[in-house]
Design a protein around this ligand. Structure first.
Ligand code: C5P
Length: 222
């Protein structure tokens, strides 16, 4: 059913993994499929929003009517997100940004050292994209994050809500069958400063509709 709860609103969503180069042929990444972020983009569009989807490397079709910006690494995602966020009302960070990247990117393919059985890669921390946007003092959109956890799910998610200064966080138990990175299904709890609401396990596409309704109500209720 049509739900015009986001008519006239501009929404920016990050989705998928990032890839952090080690050398010209190798990278660090993770198993994020991008499905949750893409489903949210489709649902936000159906709810009447103008939607920009900033996508890491995924193999998913762009939802109809959604503007997509493809990026590869975390700094490209940050730059695209900061630019798009200047003009947006709602920012949803669904991307699984790599926490660290190799401190240096080798210009040539790194060679095995025949005489050694181990090697060490120095890593540096990546920028926290959603925390940067939530920390703005002007042009700050309503800011939503995700917390994928394997234990103490609500406690860890509440910690992230506060630490990253988010308006709302969607906690996701990735240790269960009904959730996780590459799954079509998900089970989540929506948390903000006023409390929490647990949604029954559902397809990510169904969940996205419900999440967009909840977010729209909290962000833009008159
Ligand atoms: O700290 P953690 O990675 O668990 O936080 C998850 C939330 O923060 C997600 O919304 C994710 O998209 C966002 N995030 C980000 N930039 C990072 C790391 C996480 O925007 N570098």
């Amino acid at each position: 059913a049509a739900n015009p709860s986001l008519t006239g609103k501009t929404v920016v969503i990050t989705a998928g993994p990032t890839r952090e180069a080690l050398d010209p042929v190798r990278f660090l990444s993770n198993h994020s499929s991008g499905k949750m972020g893409f489903a949210l983009a489709a649902a936000a569009r159906r709810a009447g929003a103008e939607v920009t989807l900033i996508a890491g490397p995924v193999s998913l079709a762009t939802p109809p009517g959604v503007k997509r910006i493809d990026v590869v690494d975390s700094r490209e995602m940050r730059d695209a997100a900061e630019r798009a966020a200047d003009l947006c009302d709602l920012f949803i960070a669904a991307a699984a940004v790599a926490d660290f990247r190799p401190a240096t990117v080798a210009e040539q393919k790194i060679k095995k050292q025949d005489d050694s059985e181990e090697d060490v890669v120095a890593l540096v921390k990546n920028p926290d994209i959603v925390a940067g946007i939530a920390a703005r003092s002007s042009r700050r959109p309503f800011t939503v994050g995700f917390a994928a956890e394997t234990e103490k799910v609500l406690e860890h998610a509440r910690g992230k809500l506060v630490r990253k200064k988010l308006d709302l966080i969607i906690a996701n138990d990735v240790s269960t069958e009904d959730g996780g990175f590459d799954s079509d299904r998900n089970a989540v709890t929506v948390i903000d400063s006023t409390g929490s609401e647990t949604l029954p396990p559902a397809l990510k596409t169904e969940l996205a509709e419900r999440l967009i309704e909840i977010i729209a109500a909290r962000a833009f209720a008159q």
